[in-house]
Design a protein around this ligand. Structure first.
Ligand code: DGL
Length: 273
């Protein structure tokens, strides 16, 4: 019979880190919300940039990457995992939940909040092709997209621009213009940023679509959901001091550290995976 955890071992697990990962640097947009809401939690972040984008990979390829990263984070002591990637959640969260017993938080495009926010009943979704063709996304539309017109657009190449740190250049703006045009042509008044990379080009998107269009992202909601889950499971840290974040990346790019620090907003310890 396996030993029952004692109160002291439960406490020590609660002070273990939270493991967060994405296909690359996009999940840092979620990490920022988590750090702001839960400043006393130790955070581990893995950017799987060598394998980005996930959006053009098969479910089996994405599952294999997610399980490898989860193994890594769990070996580092993660008490809970956050899949800070819509594409990875759609392709791999079921496989992860089958393999691991720790809490795993995923994310999906904010169809429900967008449907509620839209005044004219037309919403646009910008996401990866992988997310848009997933069974999870079809189920999401079935549940929350029935009473609105939903215009979807896969944004091939946009994740790569953000991975390269090209956040304000004309070529990125042109790509955004191209992808937003069909949503605007259909009259969408609300646009979902359905990929965690896209909040890093939110200003460019706003410039392209204009200030009247509501842009919706999910980072804050994921952070709230994580906090509630930590409370429910008794895993909220009892430490009362601000924690730094440990980053790992397998990017081969020369500017990988610079891109992560720019997105994170300050200098950071970044190790090679
Ligand atoms: N940040 C990931 C997401 O939220 C990007 C996926 C990709 O690498 O294509 O979907």
């Amino acid at each position: 019979m396996s030993a029952q955890p004692t109160i002291s071992s439960e406490r020590s697990i609660a002070n273990n880190p939270i493991g967060v990962f994405d296909s690359g640097v996009g999940g840092i947009s979620v990490l920022k919300h988590i750090h702001a809401l839960l400043p006393y939690e130790q955070l581990l972040y893995v950017a799987d940039s060598q394998y980005a984008p996930y959006g053009s990979k098969t479910n089996a390829e994405i599952q294999s990457r997610c399980l490898a990263i989860a193994d890594f984070l769990i070996a580092k002591g993660a008490k809970v995992l956050v899949v800070a990637c819509n594409t990875a959640t759609a392709a791999a969260i079921d496989a992860m939940r089958e393999r691991y017993s720790l809490p795993i938080i995923g994310m999906e495009p904010a169809v429900k909040p967008a449907a509620e926010a839209s005044k004219n009943g037309i919403i646009g979704i910008l996401a990866t092709v992988g997310t848009l063709k997933s069974a999870q996304f079809a189920a999401l539309l079935e549940s929350y997209g029935r009473n609105v017109e939903v215009v979807t657009q896969g944004c091939v190449g946009l994740v790569e621009c953000i991975e390269r740190g090209e956040l304000t250049v004309n070529s990125t703006k042109e790509l955004i213009r191209q992808y937003c045009a069909p949503l605007l042509a259909e009259g969408a008044d609300t646009i979902v940023l359905g990929c965690t990379h896209y909040p890093f080009v939110r200003d460019l998107i706003a410039e392209v679509v204009g200030q009247d269009i509501v842009l919706i992202e999910t980072g804050a909601a994921v952070a709230n959901q994580l906090k509630n889950r930590l409370i429910e499971t008794g895993l909220l840290s009892s430490v009362q001091q601000s924690c730094e974040v440990n980053f790992w990346t397998n990017s081969k790019a020369k500017n990988a550290k610079q891109v992560i620090e720019r997105l994170w907003g300050k200098s950071a310890e970044i190790k090679t995976l």
